[in-house]
Design a protein around this ligand. Structure first.
Ligand code: FAD
Length: 468
């Protein structure tokens, strides 16, 4: 079997698999959720493998995606990145003899009749821990008739294997993942065509017209969307891997800038990890302490990212104050009525009009480029806590802004990162101070000690007001 069985969860019945005849006579259908790529995708590989195992009894493989007209505050910036990726995906699949169906509307309503109409021999989907998509999956499983399997094609170590519970911190998840990496950090097989090429059929203009999201947040031009572009971006980053030691300096090119590709499933984290190993001549089966590899890149790419998936998978309150640790909730409660030096409402945050030019610059970086530097994200969210009326309001503001402007928004990493900043999730209690309680504090002086704050502010000046 191409796929390790641990990557798989059976959502309805386990009576399918190599050698077992399928229930329906139609194709194996792969409903894509998070993994919008053809290569390095365990879910697609599994769908193809099932079809092969069924032999004559299954009519090929189909792939579908169902796009709601709006989703968690997504804007045209994010839809554009996603749709360009899908156009490429359809062409690639067509070359492999796999038809692609782009449905529009709400997945829980549109998918069951579509899927049932094919009498599929099996349905495969990929793993997505966020609430809305989890709920869609539950309904689609309930309202369809075929065997239904889910593959974690996002995490190197499948989320349900890495840990069976919400982890307290990176320190508790790391040893579990490191122990399993020799098994799961394995090479991907090539995708082999299923049949002769087919014709792409999607009317992409009509699909674009179905989107009702906010067009005012425009697509960005500095980052090319799609699977091929994702692989090129990875190659470009590996070429300058040494710069990763500067990743905490917002005015240097240090970070990989891979998060939009990882978020939209156009690049597999496991591919990035494997390519780092190849470049450095490392044996993926014997990595040891991954914090030391490639200036900590694998620590972020695997441990921190999979910790975020663990958080959203096991903590249903991942975007609520009630999802914070008990010590953090108690401490924030004790400081509810502390005097705030400044308080702002959503429009002021949104328009980067606070008294703090460093905060405003970070907000402008996100609004203009679709990607705030990782170090600034921490400062940005912590100041939202400090200058909001309540932790609840701070959390809602940070999530709304991040999801609206960031290309990689609406991601487990975002919910975990914001919960870390505002609610101490995956962190420990620090010295108590006003408003923050025991949540870790950050200030502009700390930033000044780390990087050239003035240059950063100068990089994202307020828009020139046009002459009257
Ligand atoms: C307040 C706040 C909000 C955030 N919002 C998001 C978000 O919406 N989407 C998002 O993908 N990340 C988010 N992060 C996590 C992190 O800042 C980004 O993943 C990182 O900046 C993305 O840029 P990069 O790919 O160039 O990072 P690199 O440093 O090059 O890291 C490579 C990859 O490792 C993973 N990674 C790196 N840092 C983290 C981290 N702290 N937690 C989890 N995974 C990590 C990501 O998948 C990232 O793409 C947030 C962090 C904070 C503190």
């Amino acid at each position: 079997m191409v796929l390790r069985p641990e990557r798989l969860r059976c959502l309805r019945t386990n009576t399918i698999g190599p050698g077992i005849p399928p229930a329906g006579s139609g194709p194996v259908i792969y409903w894509i959720q998070r993994e919008r790529r053809v290569h390095d995708n365990w879910a697609l590989l599994y769908a193809i493998e099932l079809h092969r195992a069924f032999g004559e009894a299954s009519q090929g493989v189909r792939v579908c995606f169902c796009m709601p007209p709006s989703f968690l505050g997504s804007t045209m910036r994010q839809y554009d990145f996603k749709l360009h990726g899908f156009e490429e995906l359809e062409r690639e699949l067509a070359d492999l003899g796999i038809p692609f169906d782009m449905l529009t509307g709400s997945p829980d309503e549109e998918l069951p009749p579509y899927l049932n109409s094919y009498a599929p021999s099996a349905i495969v989907t990929d793993f997505e821990p966020l609430r809305t998509k989890r709920n869609w999956t539950t309904i689609v499983v309930r309202d369809t008739a075929a065997p239904f399997h889910q593959v974690d094609a996002h995490n190197v170590v499948p989320a349900w294997i890495a840990s069976s519970k919400e982890e307290y911190a990176a320190a508790t998840l790391r040893p579990k993942i490191e122990r399993l990496l020799p098994t799961f950090l394995e090479p991907y097989p090539e995708v082999v065509p299923v049949g002769p090429p087919v014709q792409p059929t999607t009317d992409w203009q009509a699909v674009r017209a179905s989107v009702t999201s906010d067009p005012r947040v425009a697509p960005v031009s500095w980052l090319v969307p799609g699977e091929q572009a994702g692989r090129s971006a990875l190659a470009g980053f590996l070429f300058r891997l040494d710069t990763y030691q500067d990743r905490n300096d917002p005015i240097k090119v240090g970070q990989s800038d891979l998060s939009p590709y990882l978020h939209f499933g156009q690049l597999a984290p496991q591919r990035a990890a494997l390519d780092v190993c190849t470049l450095l001549g490392l044996d993926p089966a014997a990595l040891g302490d991954i914090r030391t590899i490639a200036h900590g890149f694998l620590e972020e790419l695997i441990i921190r990212r999979e910790l975020a998936d663990n958080f959203t998978h096991y903590n249903d309150q991942y975007d609520q104050v009630s999802g914070f640790h008990e010590w953090a909730q108690r401490s924030l409660n004790e400081h509810r009525s502390d005097r705030r030096e400044h308080t702002y409402h959503y429009e002021v945050w949104d328009e980067a009009r606070t008294h703090d030019e460093l905060w405003n610059a970070a907000q402008r970086q996100m609004v203009r480029t679709g990607k705030m530097h990782g170090f600034m994200r921490m400062y940005w969210a912590k100041k939202i806590l400090e200058w909001s009326h309540s932790p609840e309001e701070a959390l809602a503001t940070a999530i709304a802004l991040n999801d609206r402007y960031s290309l990689d928004g609406r991601d487990p990493n975002g919910y975990a990162g914001i919960a870390w900043s505002i609610g101490g999730v995956h962190d420990r209690a620090w010295t108590e101070r006003p408003v923050y309680g025991k949540i870790r504090y950050m200030n502009a002086n700390g930033c000044r000690r780390k990087f050239d704050v003035d240059s950063y502010i100068a990089s994202f000046p307020p828009e020139e007001s046009s002459p009257e």
